[in-house]
Ligand binder design. Structure first.
Ligand code: ZN
Length: 106
């Protein structure tokens, strides 16, 4: 399953520097087979086309800091056009990342 360190914390945030990469995820986690275990989700308003890998990273960062208020920032998530994360549940990826982050903080 998801291993601590596979998706370094804040890996996503440096992408803010390059605006185009925020629109479409170019990270290798798009092809991580771990994401195949996430449920499919193609509902239109549920984060469809958003990168579940980046949602995982976002949740992981919040978990690692034991954030008391968690919120999926859909606007900050890039789209995903390829790989195993396409059409995966962003909510499930985020929640899994949060849990893994909390566990990693101990
Ligand atoms: Zn991504």
């Amino acid at each position: 399953m998801f291993k601590h360190g596979v998706f370094p914390t804040n890996k996503f945030y440096p992408n803010v520097i390059r605006k185009e990469s925020i629109m479409t995820c170019q990270q290798q986690h798009r092809y991580d087979p771990d994401f195949e275990s996430l449920p499919d989700d193609q509902s239109q308003f549920n984060g469809r086309h958003k990168c579940a890998g980046c949602a995982y990273d976002q949740g992981y960062s919040l978990g690692l800091s034991k954030s008391q208020s968690i919120n999926i920032d859909f606007a900050a998530l890039p789209n995903s056009q390829a790989g195993t994360v396409r059409h995966r549940s962003v909510q499930a990826a985020f929640a899994k990342g949060y849990l893994d982050g909390v566990l990693a903080s101990y």
